[in-house]
Every structure is written in C-alpha cells, then in structure tokens.
Design a protein around this ligand. Structure first.
Ligand code: NCD
Length: 306
C-alpha cells in the first residue's frame, strides 16, 4: 500500500495512501495512550534530522516518534556543523548516510531540496518543510485531528485563512483535503494569494466573514514574514483587524466548528488569545497528533533502503 522510499509531499500521494497513513497513525495513537509507550519496529534503525530552519514542534515530535518506535535519533545541528564551513548540502547528506543513517528528515528554506536529496541518497528522505512548497507531516497531523472531530472529509467545509502564498502548510493541506473530498476555501488579502490559485481546486475569498460562514473547520496560518520579500501588508494591526480570528468571526462558522493553527502562533496577529485558548481550539491536540502521524510515516517507510 505504501511502497515509496521517501515522503516528499502530499501532491504525489493517492487518497488511498493518505487514508492508509491516517489509519496507521490512529493505531499509534492507541499505543501512545499506554503506560509503556515504546514499540520495537525500528530497533536498530537511525533517524537523523537536518534542519536549516527553526523548529519546535516538528523536530521534537519526530524525535519522540523515532524513540517510541525504538529507533536511534540524532539531531544534526546545522549551525555547529561543517555547513558553516561551506560544505554543500549534497556532501552533508552523503556524510550522514555514510554514518549509517536510515532516514533523514530535512527542513530547508528552498523548495525542492528534499526532492533533490531523494535522488542522491539511498536512505529515506522525509520532507519536514521545504520553503513555501510542502510540509506533508503537518497536513497529515491536521487531517488526523480533523478526523477525530468530524465524521468524514467528504463535503466538509474547511476555511484556510492567512498567508496562502508563502505557506507550505496551506499547500499540503489543500492537496490533502481536496483529494479526500473536502470543500476548501482560502481567505487572504489579494497580495497573499498564490498566482496559480485557480489550479488548486479551492474557492477564493477576500472577505473573512464570507469565507468563514458555516465552515466546519477554521484553519489559520502564521504570516510567513521570513518568506515575504516586499511589503505585502500595510501593518500587522490592520491584518488582525481584517483577517484575524476573533470570537465574533468564529461565531459565523458552524456551532461545532473547530479552530486550528499549525504553530508557532502570533497571538493578536493571526488569532486572538481568547480563541486560541477557547473551547473550540484544537491547537494542542494537533501537536499531540504529530507524534502518532510521524510514527506512522517512519513505520511505513520502514527505513529499508529500497
Ligand atoms: C510550520 C512550518 O514550519 O512550516 N510550523 C510547523 O511545522 N508546525 C508553520 C509555520 O512556521 O508557520
């Protein structure tokens, strides 16, 4: 069912493969509720993280996922490595492979780096976020979270609000949700809308009130200021006024709508604190589900040099 060597993105997965990963992750969720949370399938395998951008949730939950599966986990610290002496990413990756790694988790500010590495190494490459392109395990953990609150993805209305143009989380979620039959609406200022939005199979809104109306899921995103090359917004205060998720806006969605954010959150920019900490927020559940999803991905790829 899942034959690939790597997980590079959601774009190339079939709906069946996505569902298979989610089913596997659900089983691991049960393992994580046990007293002893460790299982043996990756005993003797080595997972190395190679992150060229900051991370809290992704790196920590990958580390815990690897350890729960009995693999060894090593964090390759870019800032104290030979990368700062000018070593190329190709040489760094081949070095990690020669040290005996079975998996490399790669996060990089340039889109396509995981795809490039997948062609030159035998170990499994997992994309942990490449530029504004994709962040597949984030979308999978978001799906797992939605699944535990909603009956089915078919016909579900999901409103994604924020920096769609620069967000890899938005891209991976759009691919995943549309493949599973959800209706996706994207809401943002015209300057933050991707030029090829019409090819993504989503409905486009510039007014947040129209875009949130009757939604089942409200997914808000961090403004990717590090990826914005020019002034796309007059000010953060104005952004919050026009696109921030506050209590009144949540009330426009369905009564049982859930509110999501991949983190890190900028309170008072994308989301009001009262909503982030409110009863409809599933933000910390998303974090917890990250471990089960990453266990599923590591387990299904298997660390077998395919
Ligand atoms: C996201 C990322 O790095 O793409 N964070 C994460 O992995 N949870 C989202 C973001 O940084 O905005």
């Amino acid at each position: 069912m899942f034959e690939s060597k790597d997980l590079l993105g959601i774009k190339d997965l079939s709906p069946e493969e996505i569902s298979y990963i989610l089913d596997t992750a659900s089983n691991f969720k049960d393992v994580l509720k046990r007293d002893i949370k460790k299982v043996p399938p990756l005993r003797g395998k080595t997972v190395v993280s190679l992150f060229f951008e900051p991370s809290t949730r992704t790196k920590t939950s990958f580390a815990l996922a690897a350890k729960r599966l009995s693999a060894d986990f090593v964090n390759f610290s870019v800032s104290t490595s030979s990368v700062v002496k000018g070593e190329s990413i190709r040489d760094t990756a081949l070095t990690i492979q020669s040290l005996g790694a079975d998996f490399v988790l790669i996060r990089h500010s340039s889109s396509g780096v995981p795809h490039f590495l997948s062609k030159i190494v035998d170990m499994s490459v997992i994309n942990a976020g490449d530029g504004a392109n994709e962040h597949p395990t984030q979308a999978l953990l978001d799906l797992l979270t939605i699944q535990s609150h909603k009956k089915s993805f078919k016909g579900l209305s999901v409103s994604i609000i924020g920096d769609i143009a620069h967000s890899r989380v938005a891209k991976s979620n759009i691919y995943a949700l549309t493949k599973l039959g959800a209706h996706v609406r994207v809401i943002c200022p015209p300057t933050l809308m991707p030029a090829d939005v019409n090819r993504l199979g989503v409905e486009v809104y510039h007014s947040i009130d129209d875009g949130i109306k009757d939604a089942d899921v409200i997914m808000t995103l961090r403004l990717q200021l590090e990826r914005q090359t020019k002034g796309y917004l007059p000010s953060l205060r104005e952004y919050f006024k026009l696109y921030g998720i506050n209590h009144d806006r949540v009330k426009l969605a369905k009564k049982d709508a859930i509110v999501m954010h991949p983190g890190p959150m900028n309170r008072g920019v994308e989301i009001a604190s009262s909503v982030a900490d409110g009863p409809q927020s599933v933000i910390l559940e998303q974090v917890t589900n990250g471990i089960a999803v990453r266990m599923a991905v590591l387990y299904l790829l298997g660390g077998v040099r395919k």
